[in-house]
Design a protein around this ligand. Structure first.
Ligand code: NAD
Length: 435
């Protein structure tokens, strides 16, 4: 099948390479020429484990091409996936200008029947809006169908998630589109991946409901952690005891400095906005967002307290800047938020992240020291803050860390260390809800 994927970001490149791996002829389009140039050479413009190998293999085998020529890509393809960004507007609603721009391009190049599929996360009603735009702008009688096919992959394990999704959701009112998409996803169908076929609006809402629910779970355990701090209980054991209940499940019960990334913050805000426009106040998601904002500030407060209330001039080793491990994505990163706030209060930061240094330096500027590894970051520091739970931070030689530090405080915002072990090495350990 000939497939076009418009937008070569985290979702677009993974989707394009994934469908090429399934044996389809895929053209992936981006409007940024430098990005396309890199991808043509098999270089990935962002950090995503396993993606370079998958792209390289499919480029070599001739099933995957990258281009800036969207008209040609659209004309040549039966299925067109829209995978462009839907960033938040000032009022929290999703900015659909990129999606709408692609819809107009599709209309202008509609030479034969096509299925137009939205992979971007878009508000309820967008598929129908896309249909309207194409109908308004097309200049012939060629038929087309629209479908919603939200993406659930996680950055950091995006390739695995594309190949092994928990489910594939397809929302369309067209039998033809349904049959074509089922065919496209056949390799997953054969693997007995659950498929949910529904109408476009329901499909679009499934994505927002899923992300908002996960965000809510994180805010919930963060509040439990705060309560543990106040009551002297251990959130790890609470989370374990809760998670063993099959109705609750163990995932997304890890406390920290709040959720971040390119999805949860914007999708919760967009759901709130959507609900508001529909005349409904979504109390739970509203609280989820508020708790998250407070949690980031709580993390700053933890560090402030750990250095006896005054951050001015205090040297802090700061580990982790990406919003989660295994990615260089710093969008809405709570780690970056905490780093910035500490700098604002006069702390002198020595930062290290295994992948996100370049991206973070564009935000943090030259007001901090960029270090070559964790031990370099800890050098001369009064306190060491762990803000993102990269595996390499879990396995630090804490005795060596203590040797190079000037103080003995660890503020473990991700609870990666055992408090007892840290204490036995002479550290003052501050975790999240860990007695
Ligand atoms: P991204 O910002 O990494 O990439 C979007 C790309 O689209 C950019 O490279 C941009 O240049 C390109 N683009 C914009 N307009 C274009 C046009 N008219 N023609 C060609 N290219 C164009 O975004 P992303 O993180 O891949 O997210 C894309 C969508 O998928 C968003 O709606 C997001 O919410 C959703 N999503 C993201 C993730 C994730 O983990 N990143 C997961 C699930 C869903």
């Amino acid at each position: 099948m000939r497939v076009a994927v418009i937008g070569a970001g985290y979702v677009g490149v993974v989707t394009a390479a994934g469908f090429a791996e399934f044996g389809n002829e895929v053209v992936c389009v981006d409007k940024i020429p430098e990005k396309v140039e890199m991808l043509r050479k098999g270089e990935i413009p962002f950090y995503e484990p396993g993606l370079q190998e998958l792209v390289g293999k499919n480029l070599k085998e001739g099933r995957l091409v990258f281009t800036t020529d969207s008209p040609q890509a659209i004309r040549d393809s039966l299925v067109i996936f829209i995978a462009v960004g839907t960033p938040p507007r000032g009022d929290g609603s999703a900015d659909l200008s990129y999606v709408e721009e692609v819809a107009r391009e599709i209309a202008a190049n509609l030479n034969e029947y096509k299925v137009v599929v939205t992979k971007s996360t878009v508000p309820v009603g967008t598929s129908l809006r896309i249909k309207e735009i194409i109908n308004t702008h097309k200049n012939n009688n060629t038929g087309f169908d629209v479908a919603s096919n939200p993406e659930f992959l996680r950055e950091g394990s995006a390739v695995y998630d594309f190949m092994h999704p928990d489910r594939v959701v397809i929302g369309t009112d067209s039998d033809a589109a349904k049959a074509i998409l089922r065919d496209l996803y056949r390799p997953l169908y054969l693997r007995e991946t659950p498929f949910v076929f529904t109408d476009p609006k329901t499909s679009e809402l499934i994505k927002y409901a899923s992300n908002s629910f996960l965000a809510m779970k994180i805010s919930f355990i963060n509040e439990i952690a705060n309560l543990c701090d106040a009551l002297g209980a251990d959130v790890h054991v609470v989370a374990k005891g809760m998670g063993l209940d099959g109705r609750i499940g163990p995932k997304f019960l890890h406390p920290g400095p709040g959720y971040g990334g390119s999805c949860f913050p914007k999708d919760t805000m967009a759901l709130l906005r959507m609900a508001q426009e529909a005349g409904y106040h979504f109390h739970l998601v509203d609280s989820t967002v508020q708790v998250n904002q407070k949690q980031q500030e709580k993390a700053v407060e933890k560090v402030r307290q750990a250095v006896d209330g005054d951050l001015k001039g205090v040297v802090i080793g700061f580990l982790g800047l990406s919003f989660k491990p295994n990615t260089d994505d710093i969008r809405e990163s709570p780690a970056l938020y905490v780093a910035r706030r500490l700098m604002e209060e006069g702390a002198s930061l020595r930062v290290f992240d295994p992948a996100a240094m370049k991206n973070a330096s564009q935000v943090l500027g030259d007001g901090c020291v960029y270090c070559k590894d964790s031990y370099h970051a800890a050098k001369g520091a009064k306190a060491l803050v762990v803000a993102t739970e990269w595996n390499q931070f879990r396995n630090l030689d804490l005795a060596k860390v203590k040797e190079v530090m000037n103080g003995k405080v660890i503020v473990d915002l991700r609870n990666v260390y055992e408090p007892e072990k840290a204490k036995s090495l002479g550290f003052r350990y501050v975790g999240m809800g860990r007695r």
